[in-house]
Design a protein around this ligand. Structure first.
Ligand code: ZN
Length: 322
């Protein structure tokens, strides 16, 4: 969209319309999961804000649009944390306030993008608050963060909060197919990314992913075996990898569901097509009712995790009830 990889065209169309009508606000918070290209969205919005043809912004042809696209427009400023700091402190925000006092180079807006909004300290937010209470008319601020709730209420109440939700599977699929045309595991990634296209960028090419998928696949027979010791072994694996408990549970559910759909005569619904041999072995080894029970119990286990039940307990519970 206008030269950017955007997943939320509806949101961007609204923002661009506000620029064209001269109705944009001074401060925005773009919130949502990492991997939804909120930064790309901010760059596109900034391009529209500095475009020299506001009624048609971003026109993509004026010198401002060209510079914005190249990432070299002097009125689009990125506010970043100091290199040796873990948080985004008051220093860079005070610099931003000073910079904000200087009129833009162009005739339009001066846009400040704070890409690491999650790292803002309360002092930095208070310094930011002073400038958004009475901003110069040319200034626009965009804070990008995972969840606006983590920002001060006083900052939130003076900003337009723009939420970027997860997107439909078709959009994830389209993104992966275009970016990774030779990827054989597209169906798996479309499901596994859960509406976050950018999550695929971290997963595809991760050297540990395949080992992890195989390990979890080897747990499925332990869960289905109706053998208490095997159940404890599965729970033990989850306990040792509890930072990945939700991923383990999701994968277990995906594999068991894959085996179930094969058993029920719908192999075209398999997600992990690259694991078909092992899935077929599961179907040979266990009756369809056991696979259905596995899916049901794993859905329950996943809900238990969402309620913060201890992960190993949730898996053990599933194994014993299948
Ligand atoms: Zn333009």
């Amino acid at each position: 969209m206008y030269g950017y990889e955007i997943f939320h065209e509806d949101i961007l169309n609204r923002l661009i319309r506000s620029v064209r009508e001269g109705k944009n606000a001074a401060a925005y918070i773009f919130e949502g999961h990492k991997g939804l290209h909120k930064s790309e969205a901010a760059r596109l919005f900034a391009k529209a804000l500095v475009c020299e043809n506001p009624e048609n912004a971003p026109c993509c042809g004026c010198p401002s649009c060209v510079e914005a696209q190249a990432g070299s427009h002097p009125d689009i400023i990125y506010v970043e944390k100091e290199k040796d700091r873990a948080s985004l402190g008051v220093g860079p925000i005070r610099d931003m306030v000073t910079e904000c006092g200087i009129k833009p180079f162009g005739k339009r807006h001066k846009v400040f993008i704070i890409d690491e909004g999650d790292l803002l300290t309360p002092e930095a937010e208070n310094a930011f608050l002073k400038i958004i209470e009475e901003p110069p008319e040319y200034a626009v601020f965009i804070i990008i963060c995972s969840n606006a709730e983590f920002l001060l209420e006083t900052v939130r109440s003076r900003s337009i909060i723009v939420t970027f939700p997860p997107v439909p599977e078709e959009i994830v699929q389209d993104y992966i197919e275009r970016k990774y045309p030779d990827e054989p595991r597209i169906d798996f990634f479309v499901k596994y990314c859960e509406g976050i296209p950018g999550a695929a960028d971290e997963l595809i090419g991760d050297p540990e992913l395949e080992g992890f998928r195989d390990e979890v696949l080897s747990l499925v027979p332990r869960l289905l075996s109706k053998n208490k010791i095997h159940g404890f072994e599965a729970a033990d694996y989850v306990e040792k990898n509890k930072d990945k408990a939700a991923d383990i549970c999701d994968l277990l559910l995906m594999y068991t569901r894959d085996a179930m759909v094969i058993a029920m005569g719908s192999p075209e619904k398999v997600i992990n097509t690259d694991k078909r041999d092992k899935l077929d072995k599961l179907v040979e080894a266990y009756p369809a009712e056991r696979l259905v029970a596995g899916v049901t119990e794993l859905i329950t286990a996943r809900k238990m995790l969402d309620r913060h039940v201890k992960a190993s307990a949730a898996i053990l519970h599933a194994a014993l009830d299948i």
